[in-house]
Design a protein around this ligand. Structure first.
Ligand SMILES: [Fe+2]
Length: 554
């Protein structure tokens, strides 16, 4: 019967390739505790059950049985009712109160059958009356163990399914932060660890690098006096250290006195505070990409070998997901750098627009510092300022450089550049905010702008900021067909358009920083002059080379 069950479970797990645990526990014979004060009965039962390939131990009363149950796990307990020191009923009650309880069968004389029937109320599986026949004992024991086995495997299966779902969830995450969050949450619920630390390598180009502490998290309440433990965790592990201790194995359990524990928690005098510790190597294509350390402070939570092996399934998925986020981020970064290069190249072709987007970024930052932007928001605003006219790549150069007022048809083509800019940035998921600013930077506060004719607060705040910075720099820059406006003239224009083209509050914020703006304008003028000088020098050098070449030919 047992073999049939094992075979069925093995077949199930083999069909599910994610199952990566050793199977030894499926094959291990089941253990039985026989409790009776009659040595003759004990001898018969022990010999008979061992003959059936069970692992059997015995006790002569309830106290002895409890002592054995405290140090060993049994799948089944056969117990008498009437025994000295501690009888069967008391033993049953105390055993049932324990977390790991074997299935119980009562063996008793006819005189105690009433007690045996009573014991069923306390969760006893069945009873056998003395004198018993051994075939009956065999049948009852087998049925009881079958029940116990199924209960045990049901619990295992539930745990493994939860772990499997978590590992699938990790595989579907895109950002590194999300991957790490799922990894930590799963580790907390599955391993019951109190503390976790994740180190990730900083190698982006294949070279060796140190492993930086990426995240650490405490999942239990720790008194302040004990929190000094965490300060011993280093901010980084050297690549040599990581390679020495973590490259050669995938996961490992540590005893608290293992030298590696004090090597990691340098200076910690009492590693015995740790109840249990295990470490996992995150490897992808045989390259160590990270190290995960789990610690239990709880004396009742000791990490087991079985737990370590099964949790590694999730860790290996996390390693692959983390590597994928690196590759994805690299791809995105390269795309952004290419697009930024295009934007700068586009305006660099014309000495009149050279440096425009950089200047817009500086003016936009002046406004933003009064808007309580986060660091990420400020970075997005600056990137949007650099890329705001990237869509002009798709507009005819002839139209962009006409030294006269555009016709309505020509202007309608220019008005397409916000939409083209948004399309260029669309493949980069990290630039969603930037793309929205690029798309809306020509909207007007009164709703008369383009492309969507948004009005007032409906326009993204960053787009309003870039709109003012863009207009101010355009007004104060030299053009082939007009001289640059002075700061006062440009301020007057901004004030005239406040509430019409521009957000009036942002115009006020901008104008209030006159001193800073003057400094930025002066700096730009200096750069433009040196650029013009360089270009003039280049032109004169070319003319000189040409003249010398002609003279040489003559
Ligand atoms: Fe524009």
């Amino acid at each position: 019967m047992r073999l049939r069950f094992n075979g069925r479970l093995k077949s199930f797990f083999h069909q599910n390739k994610w199952f990566n645990m050793e199977e030894s526990w499926l094959n291990s014979s089941m253990s039985i505790l026989v409790v009776d004060d009659d040595p003759g009965i004990v001898d018969i039962l022990v010999d008979f059950l061992r003959e059936l390939d069970y692992r059997v131990e015995c006790a002569s009363n309830g106290v002895e049985a409890l002592a054995l149950l405290a140090v060993k796990d049994f799948d089944l307990m056969l117990t008498d009712i009437n025994m000295p020191v501690m009888g069967g009923m008391e033993l049953i009650k105390r055993t049932k109160a324990q977390e790991k309880c074997p299935v119980i069968i009562v063996i008793t004389a006819y005189s105690s059958v009433q007690s045996a029937v009573e014991s069923v109320k306390f969760g006893v599986y069945d009873y056998i009356a003395k004198p018993f026949n051994l075939e009956n004992v065999s049948n009852v024991v087998e049925r009881a163990l079958e029940k116990q086995f199924l209960q045990h495997e049901n619990v295992n299966l539930k745990e493994m399914m939860a772990l499997y779902r978590a590992s699938e969830s990790i595989s579907s995450q895109f950002g590194l932060d999300q991957v790490v969050k799922v990894l930590f949450d799963s580790a907390a619920s599955f391993t019951k660890a109190d503390f976790m630390a994740l180190y990730l390598d900083d190698a982006r180009n294949g070279e060796k690098a140190d492993f930086k502490l990426w995240q650490r998290q405490l999942f239990c309440w720790l008194p302040k006096t004990e929190r000094y433990l965490l300060s011993f965790l280093p901010k980084k592990l050297s690549s040599a250290f990581a390679e020495k201790y973590f490259t050669n194995y995938s996961s490992k359990l540590f005893k608290v006195d293992d030298p590696l524990v004090s090597s990691i928690f340098k200076g910690l005098q009492k590693p015995a505070h740790f109840s249990s510790m295990m470490a996992f190597s995150l490897k992808e294509r045989n390259r160590l990409v990270g190290v995960l350390i789990l610690v239990s402070f709880n004396r009742e939570v000791i990490f087991s070998d079985k737990l370590r092996r099964s949790f590694y399934m999730l860790v290996s998925k996390a390693a692959a997901a983390i590597e994928n986020t690196y590759l994805y981020d690299n791809l995105q970064r390269q795309y952004v750098e290419t697009v930024e290069s295009f934007a700068l190249a586009l305006e660099a072709k014309d000495s009149y627009t050279h440096g425009h987007s950089h200047q817009v970024s500086l003016y936009a930052s002046l406004i933003a510092r009064h808007l309580k932007f986060t660091a990420d928001e400020l970075a997005a605003l600056q990137q949007a300022a650099i890329l705001h006219d990237i869509g002009k790549i798709g507009i005819s150069e002839t139209i962009l450089n006409f030294p006269r007022k555009l016709t309505e048809s020509e202007f309608s083509q220019v008005r397409e550049h916000p939409c083209k800019g948004r399309d260029i940035l669309a493949p980069i998921s990290s630039l969603t905010t930037v793309a929205a600013v690029v798309y809306h930077h020509h909207e007007h506060w009164d709703g008369k702008g383009y492309p969507d004719g948004l009005k007032g607060q409906a326009i993204p705040l960053m787009a309003c900021v870039v709109g003012i910075a863009d207009a101010f720099d355009a007004m104060t820059s030299q053009r082939p067909y007009r001289a640059p406006a002075t700061l006062e003239m440009a301020f007057a224009e901004l004030q005239k358009e406040a509430g019409r083209q521009f957000d009036p509050d942002l115009v006020k914020l901008f104008i209030s920083q006159k001193g800073e703006i003057e400094r930025l304008m002066a700096s730009r003028l200096e750069n433009d002059t040196s650029l013009l000088r360089r270009k003039t020098d280049q032109r004169l050098a070319s003319q000189l080379q040409l003249r010398l070449a002609r003279e040489a030919v003559a």
